[in-house]
Design a protein around this ligand. Sequence first.
Ligand code: FAD
Ligand code: SF4
Ligand code: SF4
Length: 461
Amino acid sequence: MPNMSLKKNVMPEQPADVRNKNFLEVALGYTPEQAIDEAKRCLQCKHKPCVGGCPVRINIPAFIAEVAKGEFEAAYQIIAQSSSLPAVCGRVCPQESQCEQKCVRGIKGEPVAIGRLERFVADYHNQNNTELPEKPVSNGRKVAVIGSGPSGLTCAGDLAKKGYDVTIFEALHTAGGVLVYGIPEFRLPKAIVQKEIDGLKALGVKLETNMVIGKTVSIDELMDEFGYEAVFIGSGAGLPRFMNIPGENLNGVYSANEFLTRINLMKAYRDRSKTPIQHGSKVVVVGGGNVAMDAARCAKRLGADVTIVYRRAEKELPARAEEVEHAKEEGIHFNLLTNPIEIKGKDGWVDKITCIRMELSEPDESGRARPVAVPGSEFEIDADCVIMSIGTSPNPLIKSTTEGLETQRWGGIIADEETGKTSREGVYAGGDAVTGAATVILAMGAGKNAAAAIDEYLQNK
Ligand code: FAD
Ligand code: SF4
Ligand code: SF4
C-alpha cells in the first residue's frame, strides 16, 4: 500500500538560532525509516513524468522502489547509471522546478521528496563503500579538461572510465569549482566534493592546480605542443558584474564570489584564520538569487546584521524558495523594491549605502515586471560592508587566447547543445562557460554529453 500522506517527510534540520552561528550542514538528512516511509509515497507511475523533469534522466521510480524495500545500495547503482554526483545534486538541485515539479503527487499535496531520497541513497553509499574505483587500462590518448567544476569533473570521469589519459587544469589551488569556492559548507560539505575528486584520481585522472589556461599555457599550446588530442572547456562563469555606481571601489565592497571564496576556499570562517575578511557589523547584500542568499547567510554566521537589497518584490526573487525561507529564519532582513544608487565612504571605507524605492511596471524582456525608480524616495542604510551579487559572466581570457574559438557577445562560448562541439576542431565546451550562470546538474549533463562526443571524435580521428 502506498503512503498517501499529502506531506513530505520533514527534513531534520539544525534549529535556526543555532545554525546561524555555525557553518555545519543545515539539513541533517533522512533516517533509513524516514527514507523508506517517503519512498512509499511514490505511486510508481507507468509514464514516469518525474524522469522528464530531470536533466540527466535518472530512473527515479526504479531507485525509489529499491529505497522502499530498504535496498539502498541497489538504489544507488540505479542513480549512478545517470549521475556521477548524486550526493551533490540531492543537496543543491532546484528539485522544485525539475523532477519534483513533474511528480503527480504534487497535484494534490506535496511531491515525493526525490532530492532528499537521492541524497539519502548517495550518503548511504558513501558511508558504506570506502573502496575506490579501479583504474581502467589506458589507451594512451591525451585529453585536457579546463576547470574542475561539475562539468569538468563529470567529463574527466567519463573519459577516464573509457581509458583516456585525462588531465584537469584548474586555475585555483583546490579542485571543485563553485562546489568548493561558492556553495557554503552549511549547504554542501566539502568532504563530499573531495570524495568525488579522490574517485577521479583513483581512475587515473591527473589534476594540475594553479594553472590558468590562457596565461600559464594556452589551449593552442596544449594541443600543438603538449600532445592533447582534444580539450573540454568547463571554465564556468566566474567573472562578477558590478552596478557601476559611485563608491563601488571603496574598501569593504566585495563581489559575492570574492566574499564566498575567502570564506569557503580560504577558510575565513575558522576562528584563527588569517584570511582577511570583513567581519562587518552591518552588511548589505545586493541581489536576490541563490548566490546572494549564500553570501548573506555566510555574513550572518560571521556575526553581522545582514540586509538583502533587491529591486523587485518577493515573488520575483530568483533564489530557491527554500533558500529564502532559510535566510529569513536565520534572521536576515529583506529590503525589497529597493535599488542602491551610491555607496558613501568614510576614510576610504564603506559607511552608508544610498538606495531608492522601486515600483513594478510592465514586464521586461525577461518576462518579469520591470522595476522603476520612485522619484524622491531616496534613503540611506548604515553599512560597513556591501556585497554585490548581481550576476556573473564567463571570463574572456580563454576566448582571447584560443585561435578560432567563437563566443557570444556576452562572452559565452558557442557550442553545440547536444555535443558541446565548438568552432575549433577538437575543442568542446559545456556548463556555465556556455550557458552563463546555471545549475550543477545542467553543467554535469553538459560534461557527460561532451565526454561521449569527444570519445566518438577521437575514435574516428
Ligand atoms: P564552475 O563550477 O564555475 O567551475 C569552473 C572552474 O573552472 C573553476 O574551478 C574555475 O576556477 C576554473 N577556471 C576558470 N577559468 C579557468 C582557466 N582559465 N584555467 C583553468 N581553470 C579555470 N547551482 C545549483 O544547481 N544549485 C545551487 O544551490 C547553486 N548554488 C550556487 C551558489 C553559488 C554561490 C554559486 C556561485 C553558484 C551556485 N549554483 C548552484 C550554480 C552552479 O554552482 C554552477 O552552475 C556550476 O557550478 C557550473 O559548473 P561549471 O563546471 O560550468 O563551472
Ligand atoms: Fe531531481 Fe536533480 Fe536528482 Fe535529477 S539530479 S532526480 S533533477 S534532484
Ligand atoms: Fe513516483 Fe512522483 Fe515519479 Fe510518479 S511522478 S513515479 S509518484 S516520483
